[in-house]
Design a protein. Structure first.
Length: 232
């Protein structure tokens, strides 16, 4: 193999400012997704292995062959504290490519989560460790360590493009990707959105109808909705 398709491990990744990552993590997936124009959301089959799982960090991308976790081990040499492994396979797979031993290695090196568009195993142990994982499947099917792939190259994970150094935000609502160069902008947009929502929440709690303060009565009229004052 040569050129673009040659397997490679890129050791160095440019990372966004930690303050922006922390802000995006506090805002959560739903707010971040809306704040950046409803983009970057991974497909909804990516679910956390335990309720309440939440994390945010820098993407270290890993492209593996199906049923082969060699490159996850290779990626561990490139991680820094606060990173998140984002693992894909070159064709669909549900094999259990990650378990508690790799989870222990991740925690030792400061990795704060795993996003994997494939299967995992040892979920009871990973949950007990408090290591947050979002995966496509859970499977005890074992894997091998035999085929080359790449680390820190652009990948597509659960329908969304992820570049090394992008910000990953994950919680019970799923996983969203924020491009590295937009982290500051999206964090600010998210903060503005939260402030607006707080005002709306106060009005709703006071009894005001969304029909009124969102101006939706005019929309209903435009759509031809009629109000009929009779019992049904």
């Amino acid at each position: 193999m040569s050129g673009l398709w040659k397997p490679r491990v890129i050791r160095n990744v440019r990372r966004p400012d930690a303050a922006f990552i922390a802000a995006l993590g506090e805002q959560g997936v739903a707010t971040v997704h809306e704040a950046q124009g409803r983009t970057g959301l991974m497909l909804p089959y990516m679910r956390p292995i335990y309720q309440g799982a939440k994390t945010a960090g820098v993407a270290i991308t890993v492209s593996c062959q199906p049923g082969d976790n060699l490159m996850i081990h290779a990626a561990m040499e490139t991680v820094r504290p606060g990173d998140i492994l984002v693992v894909t396979t070159t064709s669909p797979s549900t094999d259990g490519m990650f378990g508690d031993l790799l989870g222990a290695s991740c925690q030792t090196h400061g990795v704060v989560g795993l996003i994997i568009d494939a299967g995992i195993r040892d979920t009871t142990d990973l949950t007990a460790m408090g290591f947050p994982v979002w995966a496509k499947a859970i499977s005890a099917q074992g894997t091998v360590k035999a085929t080359a792939g790449s680390v820190n190259v652009p990948v597509v994970c659960a329908g969304t493009t992820v570049n090394p150094g992008d910000v990953i935000v994950a919680d019970n609502d799923g996983v969203v990707v924020v491009p590295r160069d937009r982290a500051e902008e999206v964090a600010k947009l998210g903060a503005d959105r939260i402030a607006r929502e707080e005002k709306s929440r106060a009005r709703l709690k006071a009894g005001e109808l969304g029909l009124d303060f969102y101006g939706l009565r005019a929309k209903l009229k435009e759509l031809g909705v009629e109000y009929v004052d009779e019992e049904v």
